[in-house]
Design a binder for this molecule. Structure first.
Ligand code: ATP
Ligand code: PRP
Length: 213
């Protein structure tokens, strides 16, 4: 499905990625007509009649883009690593919302020797990480506040995003290993890239030049 040939629809993860994307878009002279932080609208027109933004949950960005409901999107690499799909190009590392995906454990019992229980929302990435190490673990899927799991002994280890390390420290946890560097990426629908080239290519190229001058 390629929606509206004359309009570019850009899906942006709400929250911190949206916050950090707006200044980048503004530097490309793309400014929403309403404040996305306060507007209840989910489709935001911009000062450019041919470009509109949709603001969605982080994990939904690649879904909108893969199916062509959005032509491009901005999503964290953490989300893209978890996503099983193949209708996406990932042409630009935007260098925003940077952090690390880390293995962490309790300060007083940082790791176990046996079959550890690992709590995470990043099940696929965690499974691949331990498979490469040849280590058997039990993975427990959580949807947030992973740092709580070792405190309550739900899990021995967690895999979660770390930036300043403040959340780990505040919860008696220590970082054990870095699994991946994370930043936000521009993702583009493969069919849109062909069928909306005249609109999409300048958008991708301008963004690439902006972040890699
Ligand atoms: P949702 O509410 O939809 O579950 P979320 O709580 O994961 O989403 P955010 O915390 O805004 O939403 O995170 C969105 C993205 O921002 C993550 O996918 C990641 O790429 C990046 N991110 C998350 N935490 C940090 C952090 N502490 N520092 C920098 N970037 C981060
Ligand atoms: C993210 C992440 C960690 C924290 C790490 O949570 O899930 O909990 O940031 O950042 P730090 O190392 O600088 O402390 P966020 O603040 O986005 O909260 P939420 O995902 O639970 O909403």
């Amino acid at each position: 499905m390629i929606a509206m040939p004359e309009i570019l629809t850009i899906a942006v993860s709400k929250g911190r990625i949206l916050k950090e994307s707006l200044p980048l878009l503004a530097r490309m002279d793309i400014v929403p007509l309403e404040d996305p932080e306060t507007s209840r609208k989910l489709v935001l027109e911009t000062n450019r009649p041919e470009i509109r933004l949709i603001v969605v949950r982080a994990t939904d960005v690649p879904v909108y883009v893969e199916y062509g409901a959005a032509d491009a999107g901005i999503a964290g690499k953490d989300v893209l690593l978890e996503y099983d799909g193949d209708g996406l190009y990932e042409p630009v590392d935007l260098g925003i919302a940077c952090c690390r995906l880390m293995l962490a454990g309790a300060r007083d019992r940082p790791d176990t020797t046996g079959r550890a229980r690992v709590a995470t929302k990043y099940v696929k990435t965690t499974r691949n990480y331990f498979a490469e190490l040849g280590r058997q673990v039990e993975i427990i899927k959580l949807y947030g506040s992973m740092e709580l799991a070792p405190i309550l002994r739900l899990a021995d280890l967690i895999v979660d995003l770390v930036d300043t390390g403040g959340t780990l420290k505040a919860n008696g946890l220590v970082p054990l290993d870095k699994i991946a560097d994370i930043s936000s990426r521009l993702v583009v629908n493969k069919a849109s890239m062909k069928m909306k080239q005249a609109l999409l290519k300048p958008f991708v190229n301008n963004l690439a030049r902006l972040v890699n001058p």
